[in-house]
Ligand binder design. Sequence first.
Ligand code: GMT
Length: 385
Amino acid sequence: MKIGIVCYPTYGGSGVLATELGKGLAQKGHQVHFITYRQPARLTHFQENVFYHEVSAADYPLFEYPPYDTALASKLVDVILYEKLDILHVHYAIPHATVAYMAKKILLTKGKYIPVVTTLHGTDITLVGKNASFTPVVEFSINKSDGVTAVSESLKQQTYDSFDIKQDIKVIYNFIDFERFKKSDKEHFKKLIAPNQEKILTHTSNFRKVKRVEDVVLIFKKVREKLPSKLLLIGDGPERENVERLCRDLQLCDEIRFLGKQDAVEDLLAISDLFLMPSASESFGLAALEAMACQVPVISSNIGGLPEVNIEAQTGFLSAVGNIEEMSKNAIQLLSNEDTLNTFRQNALKQAQQFSLENILPQYESYYGEILEKEAANPYQVNRI
Ligand code: GMT
């Protein structure tokens, strides 16, 4: 198949997932064309069957906001026609599903039909989509997609609850590449961070408010009162300054390392004992899955899709958003008993294996097949209007 992929090229979960999906499909012999405004963060090396097309929105003094949507639609029309793509898969509804619809309509006037699959990732529904000013556009664009997937049952339900959706939404979970995310021996590295065998707690995110990174620090403070430990904060974003200030106020700066955006997250997970994800909203929690694949148990909130990933009292513990007391109690209990910790490590790996690339990728392939067959059976009726 010749597949076009549109996503945010940043370090966010949706961009990571879309890029890994494209790379996986290319490895299986499909031709994959990424159409984004910047080279996706995880598309760093040359790979057979992978192509990249950059969208550049014109910058002209008249435009207060560069017209990205128009530029993307034009690029889609051009690439889909020239490369003769079979299907377009857009990640994140806003504005990608809307722009895809526009490109589809333009292409019809040129005698080309392109089916569009939209994958909902979370904040496009839970935060942005629910902003009343976006609702009509998001709802329309989802309904006009030829196929719609969501990354968890919880997100699927939230989408039905928030919008008037006429489409069947198929749940295809996020996945993990075990070639990359696996426990490896990084003892030398561990000694640098935790010279006295302190426990290592880790958090990865884009430091947006929704991630509640301050809770991570407060949980760590309580853990540290009972157990010698260190905290690794990976990633960067708008809340970083506040979090740094909190660390200073609590006099924890010597115990906490701000590592910024890291490419080799797996090396840091390899030396971690516990992963913290106290988010206020999380449609799936790809970062938690990455940790589990590296045999790191998870203390998380029980929100959104997290209970579908992190299993209570098996792979970690889940608490109500903001329940720092309970999260730290569970963390201390888990870290205090080496046998229990090892059992949780094994459980985390086993649970993560259900979300392997090998299990999930064929689900996307057969979904594309279904959409294309539907179109072939009914060429003039399927969603062309
Ligand atoms: O978490 C973020 O802020 C990034 C966001 C994105 O769209 O890039 O992540 C969302 O998509 C990920 C991949 O499907 C999910 O694993 C995250 O749970 C989801 N984030 C939220 O729902 C807050």
